[in-house]
Ligand binder design. Structure first.
Ligand code: ADP
Ligand code: MG
Length: 338
């Protein structure tokens, strides 16, 4: 893909809110036809960066060029080139899905038979054609998000920006959304996808920029990024609980390069549909502690000693290859979900 032209160029982009540099000098380019991921924890600056690309916020300094148009000089042309699926749902709750999509279609300048064609296409893509005449307020959170996505693609933008489109929804809608992104990309759409879920980014993205505290701390293909943790493995322990101090004790072990707890905790904490069921599942399955080590064989015994010393019950233990979560841990010393 390296000879594919760039469709978006971000140069030295900065956004300050008072003392806070939400985006702190970020540069990258997005290639035509790729799914580009922006991965980072809550507060990393993803939405702020996206908001400048889509001309909702003016940069403090720097520039973004979309299909040759600068956000500083040609914001209208930039807006026309982009489809946007915002982090917050942008639909009228009392209107039906059909009415919402017609409204958004007209906003994009569609009318007549083309409008109806695009509405039908969008409903099919959302998998909600049979529920089109129900008011959005009767929809589940996942269904609302699917219509939100449909609304963003009716004008067939060449680039689609999606800001954390799966936060707090049921697994079925989540899978539907991930498959939709793949399908849109197969049809030729360039996609920018922000998330703090590394599994989604690993599943979807050709290239990934990892952001933390407003800075881009790594950029590359998934394989490029995994090579950053070269020679390190992840010891993954299913445990009963994570008492205060246990992660620090693990980090203090020789040959341990990082430790974090991940897994079900934040899923259960989010206001998701069926949150009750997920919380029960998480309780039954415990939590996961992940330990990054360049000599996992040598540290397993001392890891178990530390855990049992804290009264933690170890339910399973395995050693695996690094993933993007490990890359983040390696680069920042903390978990994506801390
Ligand atoms: N309008 C605003 N005013 C002040 N601070 C803001 C504003 N928007 C975002 N921030 C701050 O900027 C940082 C990045 O936020 P955001 O871009 O929303 O992160 P993310 O989308 O990665 O979760 C956070 O510290 C947030 O509190
Ligand atoms: Mg955000």
């Amino acid at each position: 893909m390296s000879d594919t032209p760039d469709i978006i160029t971000v140069t030295d982009l900065v956004k300050r809110f008072g003392e806070v540099a939400a985006v702190d000098g970020v540069s990258f380019a997005i290639r035509e036809g790729e799914v580009f991921g922006l991965l980072g924890p809550n507060g990393a600056g993803k939405t702020t960066a996206i908001s400048m690309i889509r001309c909702l916020l003016t940069p403090t300094s720097g520039d973004v060029v979309v299909e040759g148009f600068s956000v500083l000089r040609d914001p209208m042309a930039v807006k026309r080139a982009l489809g946007v699926v915002p982090q917050d749902i942008a639909l009228y709750p009392t209107l039906t899905a059909l009415e919402n999509l017609r409204f958004w279609g007209r906003m994009y300048g569609l009318s007549g038979s083309l409008l109806e064609e695009r509405v039908a296409e969008a409903l099919a893509l959302a998998g909600l054609a049979d529920r089109a005449r129900e008011a959005i307020e009767k929809y589940s959170g996942g269904m609302k998000r699917r219509i939100n996505i449909a609304a963003g693609i009716m004008h067939h933008p060449r680039v689609l920006i999606m800001d954390e489109p799966t936060v707090g929804i049921d697994p079925q809608s989540r899978n539907h959304i991930l498959e939709t992104v793949k399908e849109l990309n197969r049809r030729g759409m360039t996609v920018i996808y922000t998330s703090h879920y590394m599994e989604e980014v690993e599943f979807l993205c050709d290239r990934v920029g990892i952001v933390d505290h407003g800075s881009l701390i790594a950029l590359g293909t998934i394989d490029d990024l995994k090579r950053l943790v070269g020679g390190e493995n992840v010891i993954s322990a299913r445990v009963s609980d994570v008492p205060d101090g246990v992660l620090d004790a693990l980090r203090a072990l020789p040959d341990v390069d990082g430790a974090s707890s991940a897994g079900q905790q934040d899923v259960a904490a989010e206001p998701s549909e069926g949150a009750g069921a997920e919380a029960t599942l998480a309780d039954a399955a415990g939590t996961t502690i992940e330990i990054l080590s360049h000599d996992s064989g040598a540290v397993i015994a001392s890891v178990v000693t530390v855990l049992t010393g804290f009264g933690v019950k170890v339910m399973s233990l395995d050693v695996r290859e690094p993933n993007l979560e490990s890359v983040f841990l390696h680069l920042t010393g903390k978990s994506l979900r801390d």
